[in-house]
Design a protein around this ligand. Structure first.
Ligand SMILES: Nc1ncnc2c1ncn2[C@@H]1O[C@H](COP(=O)(O)OP(=O)(O)OP(=O)(O)O)[C@@H](O)[C@H]1O
Ligand SMILES: [Mg+2]
Length: 508
């Protein structure tokens, strides 16, 4: 059996294939009505709670922080939480609790168990963020057969029951709880071609919640003439209230202002949320997705009118504001499709997992998927401390994967013991250069001048591999890859011990 996991910022969804080969969601082991797991955790002493358990407990543990939105910290070296013993927990470690929880659900649900899983990642994730997700699976003892991008998984699912989309250009628009992601695809028989990708890392439902959150804070401060409290219980409660009001504002058939009594500690006040205010600010956020769509189309020399279909997925796409925004932009002949926005990523991941053919009960019925993808970013090297900050471009965005490229540098070991290169991913060198880390090469075993070759590979799963060698004699040269410095160094053994030591959800 196979397992596809959509590790979302707000919700984690898990799918497998039924006997006829169609994807089905795996429910919570102890509540069959729950088909998604909130991506939140709570840690108390040697106990940890993941998903709905954490959600149900925060009222009774008022001074505990709910650890949420940790997906936003993938790729950073900063801990997202310190437990009662002052141990740092990294995003990977917290994510592994969620993964252990859904793994347990799957083990109980699937009679024959499963061997490996596919986890999805946002299409715009860079190398370190992708490797963080792989690390979270390792901490959860979850064997991965692959990672696949969220919009690509959604496209696989969409393509699995829409056979007549060959040669069309489809935009998968994934607006979730924490990220916005998009992918342009074409399909030809069993071949799915990803032709371009883009996205915005910190743009999702959370930003819409914040609009309501701000209005609640302002209302409170106006009513009570004192600052809004920032204790943990209030923060946890208001987050939920803000999200519910946001959904109400987004969903109303007939836009209207909403008034609500809000309790903050012992203070009660009536807050009014003005629809027009909210909608104006929300449309500014949606316009940021349009900018990413345009940047993506521009990278291929295309325009919106060249797209045949737009498939809206992700919870934030459920908002009428999002739908109406795009309805106004598309031409009558272009289709705007809204279908299974919360489950299509996990279902597509299960289909992709099955294409690796590791013992699916649907077995030979599964047609292998031939996935062709392209590099998300430009990838380049910059000699560290180069005052000109000049980037040597090795791989262009939208190049078919896997791809490798190399650059040769003249080295004079009499002048330098080490050479440092910053490995960079970026869309536009003038705007958003992301330094993934530093490649430290040396000390050199020779005194004479020689040519050093740095080869960079962008693999099919979007991660990067590096090789360094002496270009004169072809011998590999040892190097160290140093991630951005942080006060708290991630240590696998320590983090693994933390995950293994806690008693999870009172049953794992
Ligand atoms: N009807 C609705 N209107 C607006 N927002 C909604 C609606 N329903 C759900 N949402 C929002 O969708 C978000 C969750 O979406 P989803 O489950 O797709 O995110 P995710 O997959 O966890 O996140 P990501 O893909 O960004 O990592 C939440 O912010 C939620 O408030
Ligand atoms: Mg999602």
């Amino acid at each position: 059996m196979v397992l596809g996991i959509d590790l979302g910022t707000s919700n984690t969804v898990c799918a497998s294939l039924s006997r006829d080969g169609s994807p089905v969601l795996i429910p919570d082991a102890y509540n069959k009505d729950l088909q998604t797991t909130p991506s939140i955790a709570l840690i108390e002493g040697k106990k940890a709670y993941a998903g709905g358990f954490a959600e149900n407990l925060y009222e009774s543990l008022p001074d505990k922080q709910i650890i949420s939105f940790f997906k936003r910290s993938f790729g950073t070296q900063d801990p997202v939480y310190f437990d009662d013993y002052n141990n740092p927990w990294f995003s990977e470690t917290v994510a592994s609790l969620i993964l252990k929880k859904v793994k347990h659900d799957a083990e109980l649900y699937l009679p024959d168990g499963f061997k490996q899983a596919v986890i999805t990642v946002p299409a715009h994730y860079n190398d370190v963020q992708r490797k963080s997700v792989i690390e979270a699976a390792r901490l959860a003892d979850l064997e991965l057969s692959a990672i696949v991008e969220e919009p690509v998984a959604a496209a696989l699912f969409y393509g699995s029951y829409n056979k007549n989309i060959d040669e069309e250009i489809i935009l998968i628009y994934d607006f979730g709880g924490g990220t916005f992601d998009l992918t342009l695809i074409t399909k030809s028989g069993n071949q799915l071609n990803v032709i371009a990708k883009d996205g915005v890392n910190k743009l999702g439902g959370k930003e819409f919640d914040k609009l309501v959150h701000n209005a609640i804070e302002e209302g409170y401060e106006k009513a009570f003439k004192r600052p809004f409290p920032n204790d943990k219980l209030t923060t946890n409660r208001i987050q939920k209230i803000a999200e519910n009001i946001k959904i109400e504002l987004n969903d109303s058939e007939h836009p209207r202002d909403i008034s609500k009594w809000i309790m903050v500690g012992r203070d009660a006040f009536e807050a009014t949320f003005y629809y027009t205010n909210y909608a104006n600010q929300a449309n500014e956020l949606i316009a940021k997705t349009e900018a990413a769509v345009n940047r993506c189309l521009r990278s291929l020399g295309m325009q919106l009118k060249d797209i045949n279909k737009i498939v809206l997925i992700g919870g934030t796409s459920s908002s009428k504001l999002v739908y109406n925004f795009w309805k106004q932009k598309v031409m009558p002949q272009q289709e705007l499709i809204y279908h299974q926005p919360l489950s299509s990523v996990a279902k597509g991941a299960a289909l992709y997992a099955a294409s690796f053919g590791n013992g699916s009960s649907a077995g030979s019925d599964i047609t292998p998927i031939d996935l062709k993808s392209v590099s998300t970013y430009n990838i380049g090297l910059m000699i560290a401390n180069d005052p000109n900050r000049q980037i040597d471009l090795l791989i262009h965005r939208n190049t078919p994967l896997p791809v490798s490229s190399k650059k040769v540098y003249k080295i004079n070991p009499k002048q330098v013991d080490y050479i440092h290169f910053d490995l960079c991913q970026f869309w536009d060198p003038k705007e958003d250069v992301h330094q993934l880390g530093t490649i430290k090469v040396g000390p050199f075993a020779t005194f004479g001048e020689f040519y050093l070759e740095v080869a960079v590979e962008n693999r099919l799963n979007g991660t990067i591999g590096i090789k360094v060698k002496n270009a004169d004699n072809g011998r590999d040269i040892k190097f160290e890859f140093i991630r951005k410095e942080s006060n708290h160094k991630y240590d696998y053994q320590q983090q693994k011990a933390l995950v293994d030591d806690v008693y999870l959800n009172n049953y794992i």
